[in-house]
Design a protein around this ligand. Structure first.
Ligand SMILES: [Mg+2]
Length: 278
């Protein structure tokens, strides 16, 4: 081999090794942890980090709140979708058939906090100046209702959210996402895509992010989407409701469901793919 090429190759290899070592030792490690208690969040915040540079993002369903019974819960929704799929519908049809029922239940019921400490934890963070927002996959049809349900529990994301005006994302490809009153509704987009879009539209830049969600895929989606950051990310996969979710069956709420729809008669209509519940 030509001596020149040989020494160039060696230099290149050494360069690559140095770059890899530099990258490995200087990169900000991501942390994804499991937790069943919302107060565990305090374990990941140093005393000097209680300020606006810390961004704490909460998922809503099965993280902050849940219905008083499992009727209308996340697990109920997915079981219903599965039931329609087993009956021969494709996934989109199954979701479109389930959503009107979900909306109807949500419009006639409140949420309760997942843990007795949940609301206080959010308030504590806000009182100490931490930037706190919510990031939910709930349908945009539930925007105002979600805000009402959160207020009823004493949860206000307008206290320390960094942007006052509504923002949207994703017009033209799938249902748009929306940021309003400190809550990002992800529409048909991944939570990761939404958080990146949100950062692109506002001036606020955190120095650290903590994201709490009961679904690992959401924690990973946000973690991956923010991979270019130069600040730490802590994802908390929150499992307080895991047992209930695991053992849930539609039969277990069948009586409550029948009683609910007897009390609140339901008619759903489909309008060009969008769903309207009466
Ligand atoms: Mg959730």
């Amino acid at each position: 081999m030509n001596k020149y090429i040989k020494s160039t190759l060696i230099a290149l290899c050494i360069g690559l090794v140095i770059f890899a070592a530099y990258y490995w030792f200087t990169r900000i490690p991501d942390t994804i942890v499991e937790s069943n208690r919302i107060t565990d969040i305090y374990n990941y915040i140093a005393p000097n980090e209680y300020n606006k540079d810390l961004l704490v993002i909460f998922d809503i369903d099965n993280t902050i709140g849940k219905p008083p019974t499992e009727l209308g819960s996340d697990q109920w929704f997915y079981a219903k979708v599965k039931q329609f799929e087993l009956a021969g519908k494709n996934i989109d049809e199954a979701i479109q058939l389930t959503l009107p029922e979900l909306f109807h239940i949500q419009f006639h019921s409140w949420m309760e906090p997942v843990e007795k400490d949940t609301v206080q934890v959010i308030k504590n963070l806000q009182d100490k100046g931490v930037t706190v927002i919510a990031l939910t996959a709930r349908s945009l049809e539930l925007t105002q209702r979600t805000i009402e349900q959160l207020h009823r529990m004493g949860v206000y994301f307008t206290k320390t959210d960094p942007y006052e005006c509504p923002l949207t994302h994703g017009h033209g490809h799938g249902k748009a996402g929306l940021y309003i009153d400190g809550i990002i509704f992800s529409g048909n987009h991944s939570k990761g895509e939404m958080i990146v879009s949100w950062f692109n539209q506002i001036d606020y830049r955190p120095k650290k992010i903590i994201f709490v969600d009961d679904k690992l895929k959401n924690v990973e989606s946000v973690e991956k989407a923010l991979h270019n950051r130069d600040y730490p990310f802590i994802g908390i996969r929150y499992g307080h409701e895991d047992e209930l979710v695991k053992k849930f069956t539609l039969e277990s709420v069948a009586e409550k469901e029948a009683a609910f729809f007897a009390k609140h008669p339901f008619e759903g209509t489909m309008i060009e793919g969008a769903v309207a519940a009466h």
